[in-house]
Write a protein that binds this ligand. Structure first.
Ligand code: DPP
Ligand code: ZN
Length: 872
């Protein structure tokens, strides 16, 4: 099939003013009556086409008159009516079987037919599996939804909008009506029906609207929703205070399910969440879990304005809502916790997921210009690089200008479907600056390389920073243009203090400034300045680029010791570790860089001023997924070994100290959730990891005790993971205990699957194969697939990439089966195969053969698209 192209966008030929939906709900048979009030928007004579997939048409009538079979045409994509008046009400009645919908798009069953509940997922193109409709985001309509069902089986009936009545029918069935006054695209439609418990709270908006907040979950989960409710309240308040955006319905509902393809979904007034990002309790949730719940609750809530009130004109604009909403969530999460740590985590995510995506065969611009299967574009590039672009824009405008620009964006486009151009125009025009130069960032794939070099002229007391940029070609984009690259920087004296910066235009001196590189290269000169000891570049990661500044180990060590900007201090430690890694990989195990990294970061252990969580990050070399990029051709086992060599080198020097520090940190541990306690646990985990490499016998004994008895899941899981990943003698017993203890909790059991999938030993292939055959494994449950199979393929360099190809064969086998069940999950798993071309020859041949066989066997458009691009 031909791809959809951005340049071929046409406004819809038909508008829908009102949608009246009636559902007669049943697990095996659901009937949907849709009455669409249609209005011609395109040229006269143009036929009406409505998307529809897998629907059984029961009846069809136009303005009350049943159509006979010659008056419409049905095919696998939808329904066409050639002869249409300019306005009409079309009534269709279709039937579906939610119980067989394993793709989890459209209307489906969560859980078992006996005990489960019904729910929907429509983004991106699921609504066409519910009824015939122009399934595109630029058709905004008002919806009324009536649900009818057996009250014994479906006592809770929810849809978008405000409640508009409920009662019993003569036949004993329950009905409930929902009315959504806000026009919305159909991807934001949702319904939920089943036996659910509820947690309720009252909220009054800054505008004085009384809102009832409700979180629905199954009975065994409802007492784990309190944290999400608190987070929701914080997010609502924060959006009022920071963006002036208030909630706009009388109710706000969230529903938790264990069967979900994504993290969560922002349906208007009825968010649906993957339970793993909603449920939290002290006994079972890690500190990371708590942070994720808060972040994702906020993300989906923030979509109410950035995504729902202002939506996307077409799916090419996906980052218009996702990048912007990720950025808003990042701001919120930083305010709720630590700005430095949040920035570190976001940059780590970018480097581990987005940079590799941008460097491989699946690279695409933040705003793609073509797609074959839109579900394959919910990517790190669209989300996380997209957020970085918004961050650059916000930085360019400054806090007041950003707010002014966002106010203008909402004012202009509320109730509309907008584009990236609209966004840049609103931000720019509100501030009288031209931001169109940033469009290149949206249109161009690939991570730019920024080359920096500084020169001090002692005679004239000037410092000149030369910047150059280069972006390597990506699939379909051979020639790259220069991008506007904001570089936040300071120049530091020998004590680490910023030197006063003055440009040639004689403005007041500042301690930090932003220079914007607009062309392929440029030089920036600072005058009347002492010789700097070091340059602190790209502070706060001011642009999503790879920097190469030619710093040696001593310069970086200086920055680790003296840099006052917390993020750049961490960044210097990362760069220093990368230099050391490069030497190890080259076989130079005695290189000076290794010693400098070890001595510099280990010295921080004695510095009480470093906050514990930041210290944990300073003591950690970059993740193997980041380091993998430095290995050409890519030998996964060599990357793992080289990184492990660094870990052991650091462990040898810190051994006794980290053991003692671990003891101190966990002594007073109560499992409290405040920031200081979380920070201590993060460092405790890192100390235990180093200790495990320095003295495995002693550390494993402590780890086994913590795995069984620590008063919080963060430590338990960290200890269990270390036992398993280091092959400690206590590992199998501890794994068995953990599984028995959490047998009834799928979210915690997923952690057990995931940590075993990542055991860095070749024998992990057989373990993963055994777990796949385990009765607790279920290919129909996306969370379990991600926990076992994606964790294995994406993160286990040693076992997945076993040189005999057994890891590849295992994933190949799973993908064939999974494609028939759930194409979205299958194609997300298959995206982990993208690195085949970079592999050293033995593995490359094996993985290529696997990908080729899969490409030939793929039946879903989603999987076929990923594999085709992977091979191209
Ligand atoms: N549910 C996904 C998200 O919120 C897609 N909108 O990002
Ligand atoms: Zn989102």
């Amino acid at each position: 099939e031909l791809p959809v192209l951005l340049r071929e966008y046409r406004p819809p030929a038909w508008r829908v003013d009102h949608v009246d939906l009636e559902f007669d709900l049943g697990i095996h048979r659901t009937r949907v009556d849709a009455r669409l009030t249609l209005r011609r928007a395109g040229p006269a004579g143009e036929p009406l086409f409505l998307d529809g997939e897998g629907l059984r048409l029961v009846s069809i009538a136009l303005d009350g008159r049943p159509l006979d079979v010659t008056e419409y045409r049905l095919d696998e994509h939808g329904l066409t009516i050639a002869q249409m008046p300019d306005g009409a009400v079309l009534h269709t009645c279709v039937e579906l079987d939610p119980s067989t919908n394993s793709a989890l798009q459209g209307l489906y069953l969560s859980g078992t037919p006996e005990h489960g509940f019904l729910l929907t997922q429509c983004e991106a193109e699921g609504f066409r599996r519910i009824t015939f409709f122009p399934d595109r985001p630029d058709v905004l309509a008002r919806y009324t939804t009536t649900l009818r069902a057996d009250p014994a089986r479906f006592p809770i009936l929810l849809a978008n909008g405000n409640p508009a009545g409920t009662g019993l029918l003569d036949d004993g069935r329950l009905w409930a009506r929902w009315d959504d006054p806000h026009p919305k695209p159909c991807y934001l439609f949702a319904l939920v029906a089943g036996r659910l418990e509820v947690l309720e709270r009252a909220f009054v908006t800054a505008e004085g609207r009384a809102v009832t907040l409700r979180i629905y979950a199954e009975a065994d989960a409802i007492d784990r929703c309190g944290y999400a409710m608190d987070a929701l309240e914080r997010a609502m308040r924060w959006d009022e205070e920071h963006y002036g955006r208030c909630y706009d319905l009388d109710v706000f509902h969230i529903v938790a399910t264990h069967d979900f393809n994504m993290g969560a979904m922002e349906n208007k007034g009825l968010n649906i969440f993957n339970a793993k990002y909603l449920l939290a309790d002290p006994a079972r949730s890690t500190d990371d879990d708590y942070r994720h719940v808060e972040a994702i609750v906020a993300h989906e809530y923030f979509h109410n304005w950035t995504g729902n009130r202002v939506t996307c004109r077409d799916w090419f604009q996906l980052s218009l809502k996702e990048g912007l909403t990720v950025f808003r969530e990042q701001q919120f999460s930083a305010d709720m916790g630590s700005h430095v740590l949040k920035r570190i985590e976001d940059v780590q995510l970018l480097r581990r997921a987005q940079f590799p995506e941008d460097a491989g065969p699946l690279a695409h611009p933040v705003r793609p210009d073509r797609y074959s299967a839109i579900d394959n574009f919910y990517t790190a590039t669209v989300y996380d690089k997209g957020a970085e672009l918004v961050r650059m824009l916000a930085g360019r405008l400054g806090p007041a200008g950003w707010r002014r620009g966002m106010d203008e964006y909402f004012a202009r486009h509320d109730g509309e479907a907008a584009t990236v151009e609209d966004f840049l125009a609103a931000l720019g025009e509100a501030n009288e600056v031209d931001l169109r130069g940033y469009l290149v960032w949206y249109a161009q794939a690939g991570t730019p390389q920024l080359l920096a070099s500084g020169r001090y002229d002692a005679a004239h007391r000037t410092y000149t920073l030369e910047l150059r940029q280069h972006t390597a070609p990506t699939p379909g984009q051979d020639v790259k243009q220069p991008l506007p690259v904001p570089v936040r920087l300071a120049l530091l004296d020998a004590g680490g203090q910023p030197l006063p910066l003055r440009g040639a235009s004689a403005q007041a001196a500042v301690s930090e400034c932003v220079v914007e590189l607009r062309d392929a290269q440029a030089a920036f000169t600072f005058v009347d300045i002492d010789r700097p000891r070091a340059a602190s570049l790209l502070r706060g990661f001011s642009a999503p680029v790879r920097v190469e500044a030619g710093f040696g180990a001593d310069d970086l060590a200086f920055l680790v010791r003296h840099e006052s900007d917390g993020f750049n201090r961490w960044e210097a430690a990362q760069q220093l570790a990368r230099l050391a890694f490069d030497r190890v990989l080259a076989g130079d195990l005695r290189a000076a860089e290794i010693g400098v990294w070890v001595s510099t970061v280990s010295a921080l252990l004695d510095d009480n001023r470093v906050e514990p969580a930041l210290l944990a990050e300073l003591l950690t070399p970059p993740d193997a997924l980041e380091l993998a990029e430095r290995c050409e051709p890519f030998d996964p086992a060599a990357v793992y070994r080289a990184r492990e060599f660094l870990e052991k080198s650091l462990a040898q020097v810190t051994g006794a100290r980290v053991a003692a520090r671990h003891g101190q940190l966990v002594e007073a541990e109560q499992g409290a959730l405040d920031g200081a306690s979380q920070s201590r646990r993060r460092l405790a985990g890192r100390c235990l990891g180093l200790w495990m490499r320095a003295d495995p016998t002693a550390a494993a004994e402590v780890a086994a005790r913590r795995a069984a008895q620590a008063p919080n899941m963060t430590e338990r899981l960290a200890a269990l993971t270390l036992l398993a990943h280091h092959g400690a003698p206590q590992a199998e017993a501890a794994l068995g205990d953990f599984a028995a203890r959490y047998a009834d909790d799928p979210i915690t059991l997923d952690k057990w699957f995931a940590l075993q999938a990542q055991i860095p030993a070749e024998a992990a292939v057989e373990r993963v194969a055994a777990l796949r055959a385990d009765s607790r494994f279920n290919l129909r449950n996306p969370n379990r697939v991600y926990a076992l199979l994606r964790a294995f393929a994406a993160r286990n360099l040693v076992a997945f990439h076993r040189p005999d190809g057994a890891g590849y064969a295992l994933i190949e086998d799973c993908l064939v089966e999974l494609d028939a069940i759930n194409p979205t999950t299958a194609s997300r798993l298959a995206a982990t195969l993208k690195d085949w071309k970079r592999l050293e020859p033995t593995r490359r041949v094996l993985l290529q053969a696997s990908v080729e066989r899969l490409a030939a066997a793929a039946t879903s458009p989603d999987l076929a698209d990923i594999l085709r691009r992977t091979l191209a």
